[in-house]
Write a protein that binds this ligand. Sequence first.
Ligand code: ZN
Length: 129
Amino acid sequence: MGVGQRVAIRPKIAARLADPERLFELSTAKAWGYGIEEWEALPDEKRDELLEYERQICPRCGNLRSVCSNPDVPWYPQRSMCYATGARELTLRRLHKKHKDPGTDAMAPTDGMTVWMSRDDLSPDDEFV
Ligand SMILES: [Zn+2]
């Protein structure tokens, strides 16, 4: 199927997708990497546990929603260090310094570029930084 082509959605499927509970269930199955058949083959207890996880765990902080939404709970900043992420962020700053922002009339050399870190120099001839 090409871009812009659409397949008519059967009314029965559209009605099922309009059901918020069904949509939530499908979103949960997708989030956990299950296809529909796999999801529906899970024991009820397992499906319920995953649905409850999605309902009760905050996707932003990973804590129980009942805890992180309580304004009386104290929170303390913690720190960990990831030098791969630090090296990536340094690379991105260098790239943005090297290439001026072309504004909205043209693409920047960094538009669409993904920078990731490797412990091996996989492209020693690519001096993009
Ligand atoms: Zn939260």
